[in-house]
Design a protein around this ligand. Structure first.
Ligand SMILES: Cc1cc2nc3c(=O)[nH]c(=O)nc-3n(C[C@H](O)[C@H](O)[C@H](O)COP(=O)(O)OP(=O)(O)OC[C@H]3O[C@@H](n4cnc5c(N)ncnc54)[C@H](O)[C@@H]3O)c2cc1C
Ligand code: FES
Length: 332
């Protein structure tokens, strides 16, 4: 079946069994996506002509009323006929599979590992500030981690990721129990459409919860390097002070106003839910861009409340929600 994207006019074939995002990426077209599990809605597009099988999508994330408007989640949808789809294409390079070696392994908090990865010298890995990679594990399993590294147009051969321990989790149990310096891993990347948009002059609000700080760090450092002069306010939330495991780095950026927020510890700084702190300071977000990352509950609350209560346009909310297998299973 053939897919035509609007407004670009790009076309590609969808092989049997593939969804529209998969086939589009394989054909070299960058469609927006994050979770690839039918939950985050980043990949929403409008079917203008033809019919699709909507795939495994829970009613919560694609209600009948949305289907009636022609909306589909393109990471799940498969064409049943030739289709024309309206979707905002994004930037990015085609993902590749790359081996890497663990070069550094620090634990700045009891449940956070900061891992330095060394790529082969000839890789020159290119990506956009904020994107993620998938580690390729046994039996076809994969786990996603955002890059905390600032990209370089010439490519990089060292990457940093921040991993929170999920007790009972396949990959993070391995990281906290067994992983050591010099171990080999394999990843696919770069992935996702969570990256700093440079074609806008709007002030930026960044919202990180826990290890959601990783891609935000990449974006802040990239913005400094590119001398992006748009005001940036960064809200980083955790339960306890130790959850803000790179506090000094965040505090040290001269171009970023840093607002740390703790929900479960009394201190001299802000307390409560981190997305609520944003709403107190920015009751009107109609002229802003928001980049949110981390715990799904925080990202979803921000998405909902910023647009319903602070007039943030829906398409100015960019996010990666750190969904785990449990979150995905709960919505299947
Ligand atoms: C786009 C994206 C970017 C991400 N970036 C980061 C990042 O930068 N840093 C970070 O810390 N995390 C990130 N995550 C989350 C990360 O990918 C993992 O989901 C997380 O680290 C847990 O992995 P795990 O293998 O240890 O746990 P999993 O094996 O996924 O298990 C998680 C929990 O679910 C339970 N579980 C497992 N399978 C099932 C099932 N079938 N049904 C019900 N329960 C189940 C387990 O017991 C465990 O409690 C990101 C996620 C996404 C989608
Ligand atoms: S719902 Fe399709 S990428 Fe998340």
């Amino acid at each position: 079946m053939k897919v035509t994207l609007q407004p670009s006019g790009h076309t590609f074939e969808v092989p049997e069994g593939q969804n529209i995002v998969q086939a589009g990426l394989a054909a070299g077209f960058m469609l927006p996506y994050s979770c690839r599990a039918g939950v985050c809605r980043t990949c929403r597009g409008t079917v203008l002509e033809g019919k699709v099988d909507y795939g495994m999508v829970h009613e919560t994330y694609l209600p009948e009323s949305d289907k009636a408007k022609g909306l589909a989640l393109l990471c799940q949808a498969k064409p049943l006929t030739d289709v024309v789809i309206e979707v905002r294409e994004v930037q990015g390079v085609r993902p590749r599979t790359i081996p890497c070696r663990v070069e550094k392994l620090d634990k700045p908090a009891p449940d956070v590992a900061v891992i330095g990865l060394r790529l082969p010298m000839n890789e020159n890995f290119r990506f956009l500030a904020g994107q993620y990679i998938d580690f390729l594990l046994k039996d076809g399993k994969r786990r996603s981690y955002s890059l905390a590294t600032r990209p370089d147009p010439a490519g990089v051969t060292a990457l940093e990721i921040h991993v929170r321990h999920t007790p009972g989790g396949l990959f993070t149990d391995h990281v906290f129990d067994k992983l050591k310096v010099r171990d080999l891993l394999r990843f696919e990347g770069p992935l996702g459409s969570f990256y700093l948009r440079e074609d806008s002059s709007k002030p930026i609000v960044m919202l990180a919860s826990g290890t959601g700080f990783a891609p935000i760090r990449a974006m802040c450092e990239y913005a400094a390097e590119k001398k992006i002069s748009r005001p940036i306010t960064l809200y980083w939330g955790g339960r306890l002070k130790r959850d803000l495991y790179q506090f000094e780095a965040a505090q040290g950026w001269p171009h970023v106003k840093f607002v740390p927020v703790l929900s479960d510890e009394k201190w001299q700084g802000r307390t409560g839910f981190v997305h609520r702190a944003v709403m107190e300071d920015f009751p009107d977000l109609s002229g802003h861009q928001v980049y949110a990352c981390g715990a799904p509950i925080v990202v979803e609350s921000a998405r909902r409340d910023f647009s319903a209560q602070c007039r943030l346009p829906a398409d100015e909310f960019y996010a990666d929600s750190f969904l785990t297998e449990a979150d995905k299973a709960a919505t299947a």
